[in-house]
Write a protein that binds this ligand. Sequence first.
Ligand code: XMP
Length: 311
Amino acid sequence: MECKSFVEEQIAQIKQTVGEATAINALSGGVDSSLVTVLGHRALGDQLRTVFIDSALMREGEPQRVVKTFADMDIPVELVDAQEDFLSALAGLTDPEQKRQAVTDTFYAKVFGRLVKESGAKFLFHGTILTDIEETVAGIKRQHNILAQLGIDPEETYGYSIIEPLKTLRKDGVREVCEFLKLPADISHRIPFPGPALATRIVGEVTRERLATVRAATAIVEEELGDSGAFQYLAVLLNDRATGIRDNKREFGQIIVVRCIESTDARTATATELSWDKLNRLCERIVNEIDDVNRCLYDLTPKPPATVEYI
Ligand code: XMP
């Protein structure tokens, strides 16, 4: 792919599509939505309003970190607190597809519906990439960001049109364009993080308490594996409990799975051969530093048959 012509074409196309209207986009801080934000701002300047939706599903300190990274590039990002919207939509749900659906609806209909109405935006940018479309079309998974591919007309359903400038790229192509644009390494080398965020890493119900557990495990995994060179690493909270013993007392604790994978585009993946020392350290920190967790497992399963995330 020719990065220069890709960037020029997208900027020209965005300008032409949006014209004098206003557009809005949600930045998650992931590499896809970050690139969309930068392309959108280069094309539209302050005709584009960028928001970071605090869904309560993000990692430790993530909202503030993302806002700062973009402020350093002179791109203003508004923080929108929608924690209660997401938590109430997810309450009581355990089915993975229903959870994804709840996040999608809350995101697009409720929170965006509100923002679009108050901003008068006619266009919404989204960081959909080719892999998302392929997997949705193949029926593998309902990706959080695919609407048109599912036969939903966003204009009719939600009152705005969607622009997806990255839909011809895979993850490796997205990173290439970020490097070409000299975006900070913090963005271009950032490990993938899914739109529905930590909700994809909680098997069973998503609650504030369970989010705090998986968030703490995620912080440890990211600290320990940040220099691993792996494609992606994450922590998952299972919905089971296991018997354990602590301070000579029996307990029925929670189970965290650590996943670390090698991949080029997330379509297929294999588990990283981490050293025994590293695995032991991860396990030790997770069971000692997080309340109520007494088991830590390392997932060896390739994709396929597993997926990267757990829902
Ligand atoms: P799976 O779990 O489908 O994940 O093997 C493949 C890659 O995609 C990320 N992922 C998502 N990204 N919205 C996104 O933007 C989503 O709904 C979503 N689900 C999974 C996942 O982290 C992995 O890198």
